[in-house]
Design a protein around this ligand. Sequence first.
Ligand code: ZN
Length: 163
Amino acid sequence: MTLTAHAVVGAAVITLLPAHPVLGISLAFCSHFLVDAIPHWDYPISSRSVNPSFGEKMRMDRALFLDAARIGCDGLLGFTLALLFFHSLGPAWLITAGAAAAMLPDPLQFVYAHFKHEPLVSLQCFHLWMHTKKELKKQPALGVASQLLFIFIVVSLRLLAIH
Ligand SMILES: [Zn+2]
């Protein structure tokens, strides 16, 4: 899923256990794989040096710039929404940590693409194994709408659960 969706889930999870940040961070990290198991849409990765399926040498081209802009905006939106929705449930550092931990498996795929060593190899295998095979590839509108709905449900459930 998008980094935004992962960030919101991670922040929701960590605010359930504000007294146990290490456990919260671990659960937020694990949430990434469960969320990826849900059939969803992912925006395409243009650069072959960013896409873990290729892992080619870094090339400063248009595709890399586009990916950096798209992924950067996605991550930033994730942090922003997580803080916006859950600021009343915990300190900003805790929410930021939960969001970051939940997004982390995706940047780790990029690291894996250029550094194929353990534990990244096993983590990548697990990531791919957990990831849904039902991708909404050619339906970006449905893909975006379904992730907005998913975020809405997660935020609603978390805010309804309160403390
Ligand atoms: Zn993922």
